[in-house]
Design a protein around this ligand. Structure first.
Ligand SMILES: [Zn+2]
Length: 275
C-alpha cells in the first residue's frame, strides 16, 4: 500500500470517528431534551412528598427541574435488586429523586460513566482488602452503600429510605454515594469534582483544603458539629459527607462554616439554607 493511500484511509477513519461522535452528541442532546420535556407522572409528586423530605422543601421552580432530571435518570440507569430485593417503580423514583437533587440546577450530563445501581434490602457485607506494609489484609465490612470507580453504585434500601425520610440529620446515603460519582467524573476520586473555570478551581482548592484541616482539628478536639466525622477518613469522604450536610443542614452550615457553604453553593447551584 502506498503512503498516499494509507494517509487517505487514516484521514477517512478519523473523519468517520469525529462524525460519529458529533452525531452521538446531537442524538444524546435531543434524547435528553425529549425526556426533560416529557410529562412527569401525576402520581409521583405525592410519592416524593411522602418519602423524600428534601423534596417537600424545594421551591416550585427547582421541583420542575428535578422532575426533568428524574425522567432522564430513570431512562438512563438500571436499578437492580440483590439478595431478593424487588425494585418497584416507587423505589426507583425515590432513589432517582435523591440522586438528582445533586444536579437539579445544573445542565451537565446525568452521572455519566456507569449504568447500574445495585439495591440490597439492608446493610450488606463486602470484602475489604487493604495492605499493612506488604501484607495483604482482607476483612469483612458492613456497608450501607458504596460507589465503584467507573462501576455501579450499591445501596442498602433500608438506609436509603431512612435517609430520605429525615432531611435534617445530615445522613443520606444516596447523596453520599452520588457525590462520589460526581467526584470521579474527572477520573480521579480526590474530593474535587469537575469545576467551571480556573477561578473556581483556585477557590475550591484554597477553601476545601483549609476547611478539611480545620475539620480534622475539630474532630481531634471533639468539637466537631454539622459534618459527620466519617469525613476525617479522606478528602473524598469529606466532600461526600459535607455534601450530605450542605443539603440537609444548610442553615447550620451557612452559619458555622460559611466559606465551605458558599463553595458548595457555587458548585451545586442551589441554596438549601433558604428552603
Ligand atoms: Zn464514602
Amino acid at each position: 500500500m502506498s503512503l498516499a493511500v494509507y494517509s487517505v484511509m487514516v484521514a477517512g477513519a478519523l473523519i468517520g470517528y469525529l462524525l460519529w461522535r458529533l452525531l452521538r452528541k446531537a442524538w444524546l442532546k435531543r434524547r435528553r431534551a425529549q425526556l426533560y420535556a416529557s410529562p412527569f407522572s401525576a402520581d409521583w409528586p405525592a410519592v416524593l412528598e411522602q418519602h423524600v423530605a428534601l423534596y417537600s422543601r424545594l421551591p416550585a421552580a427547582l421541583r420542575d427541574k428535578l422532575h426533568g432530571h428524574i425522567n432522564y435518570f430513570l431512562a438512563d440507569k438500571q436499578l437492580v435488586g440483590r439478595n431478593g430485593q424487588v425494585v418497584t417503580d416507587e423505589i426507583k423514583l425515590i432513589i432517582a429523586a435523591n440522586a438528582c437533587l445533586l444536579i437539579m440546577n445544573r445542565n451537565d450530563a446525568i452521572f455519566p460513566g456507569f449504568k447500574t445501581i445495585l439495591i440490597y434490602p439492608d446493610t450488606y457485607v463486602a470484602k475489604q482488602v487493604s495492605f499493612e506494609g506488604d501484607v495483604k489484609v482482607s476483612k469483612n465490612s458492613v456497608r450501607a452503600g458504596e460507589s465503584w470507580h467507573g462501576g455501579p453504585v450499591v445501596l442498602s434500601l433500608s438506609d436509603v429510605m431512612r435517609g430520605s425520610l429525615n432531611g435534617e440529620d445530615g445522613h443520606n446515603v444516596v447523596l453520599h454515594e452520588f457525590a462520589h460519582k460526581l467526584d470521579e467524573e474527572n477520573l480521579t476520586t480526590n474530593g474535587m469534582p469537575i469545576l467551571r473555570n480556573r477561578e473556581q478551581y483556585a477557590n475550591w482548592i484554597e477553601v476545601l483544603n483549609k476547611e478539611y484541616e480545620e475539620f480534622l482539628s475539630r474532630v481531634d478536639r471533639k468539637k466537631n458539629k454539622v459534618i459527620d466525622e466519617y469525613g476525617a477518613v479522606s478528602p473524598p469522604e469529606f466532600f461526600a459527607v459535607a455534601t450530605e450536610s450542605f443539603f440537609e443542614k444548610g442553615p447550620a452550615m451557612a452559619e458555622r462554616l460559611p466559606e465551605l457553604y458558599k463553595e458548595l453553593q457555587d458548585y451545586y447551584g442551589v441554596d438549601p439554607a433558604s428552603w
